[in-house]
Design a binder for this molecule. Structure first.
Ligand SMILES: [Zn+2]
Length: 79
């Protein structure tokens, strides 16, 4: 039953050439089930994120603070 326990988020704005990375880990496992930590805040982007203790954080939207355009969101789950 392999499940991912690390989420890496990369948010970037091509217009400004700004890229920022953040990650969250699942410290759960065993009988307690998943217990995701929250993502750190981003400094160059305004990020709207949700948090679910079992499924982990999810980015709903990201906006570049410099040009106020929607930013590109990439999510990668790993072990
Ligand atoms: Zn920008």
């Amino acid at each position: 039953m392999g499940y991912s326990d690390k989420l890496e988020v990369t948010i970037s704005c091509d217009d400004c050439g700004v890229t920022e990375e953040n990650s969250a880990k699942d410290y759960g496992g065993g009988y307690g089930g998943p217990a995701w930590e929250h993502l750190d805040s981003f400094s160059d982007f305004t990020v709207v994120a949700t948090h679910d203790e079992r499924r982990g954080p999810d980015i709903k939207s990201a906006t570049c603070k410099k040009c106020c355009k929607p930013a590109k969101i990439q999510k990668k789950y790993s072990q």
